[in-house]
Design a protein around this ligand. Structure first.
Ligand code: PMP
Length: 287
């Protein structure tokens, strides 16, 4: 059966799924999205993702396209149709279709699309060698806490990383402090074995993987500080890693061409990845 997508009330073959040219998501990036990981057929931290979706929508004064139980039903139906066991569910809500005008339109129904994608497990090479990151100036707006589809600086940053032979770009604010990656949160481990990640604020997207990993770190009793760190501190760190719904926890072993620590994935990083994988494995499907 060909892959299907959900578009404004119907399931369509993926290659035919399309939105109107005056959808405000297309014209103005006037919309938000979520990426929910699917592990062994289970939507990981689904309610946390839907809470963040609600928050992004309300910050932009976009109405929810349907109730949470209905969203969950459509998510499961699309996963069923696509036989999705491991990968992710993508959902996007825009302010809807209206004649082009910057101001909010009246009486427009928010538009909802969903798609799924299968994902292979991360390669042995990535896990054993780690990833390279570069650093570059953070050029984004002042509301990075909203998961908006307006992602041009992130797109340009990821492209710059790829062209430099790196996986990710860590964005740096005007004070020389790392905010986050273009699609991942940034973490370091100090010489004193303290785990550091930037505190949640308007300067970063509060990743769901970040939130869950913080909980696991607290439960396991590791030393933790939620604060910003500079590029210099990151370069001098013992370990570094990144998190996201598709990366889970992945080691970073090079920053701007310099090895992090001994240049190999860190011991604590590897432990934290295992805690996160065990957490996903322990989940059971909720309603
Ligand atoms: N920061 C940014 C800018 C992102 O785009 C993402 C991924 N959506 C993340 C952090 C990680 O968030 P999550 O763990 O919810 O995938």
């Amino acid at each position: 059966m060909p892959r299907q997508a959900y578009v404004n009330g119907s399931y369509k073959p993926h290659r035919e799924a399309a939105v109107h040219i005056e959808d405000r998501g297309y014209l103005f990036a006037d919309g938000v999205y979520e990426v929910v990981p699917v592990h062994n057929g289970i939507l990981v931290d689904e309610d946390l993702h839907l809470d963040r979706l609600d928050r992004s929508l309300s910050e932009l004064q976009i109405e929810a396209p349907m109730s949470r139980p209905a969203l969950k039903l459509v998510s499961r139906e699309l996963m069923r149709r696509n036989g999705l066991n491991n990968g992710f569910l993508y959902m996007q809500v825009t302010r809807g279709v209206a004649p082009r005008d910057h101001k909010f339109p009246h009486d427009t129904k928010p538009a909802l699309v969903m798609m799924t994608r299968q994902m292979k497990p991360h390669s042995e090479k990535v896990l054993s060698e780690g990833l390279k990151v570069i650093t570059l100036p953070d050029q984004r707006w002042a509301r990075c806490d909203i998961k908006s589809v307006s992602l041009l600086p992130n797109v340009l940053g990821k492209q710059a990383a790829a062209e430099a032979g790196a996986y990710e770009a860590w964005q740096v604010d005007g004070d020389g402090q790392v905010t986050e990656g273009t699609s991942t949160n940034a973490w370091i481990v100090t010489e004193g074995n303290r785990v550091i990640t930037r505190n949640a604020s308007n300067a970063i997207l509060n990743g769901i993987t970040r939130i869950t990993l913080l909980n696991l770190i607290r439960t396991e009793g590791y030393e933790l500080e939620e604060r910003s760190f500079s590029v210099e501190e990151a370069r001098a760190a013992r370990e570094a890693f990144l998190t996201s719904s598709t990366s889970f926890v992945l080691p970073v072993t090079q920053i701007d061409g310099q090895p992090v620590g001994n240049g190999h994935p860190g011991i604590l990083t590897t432990k934290l990845r295992q805690h996160y994988m065990d957490y996903m494995q322990s989940l059971r499907q909720s309603a």
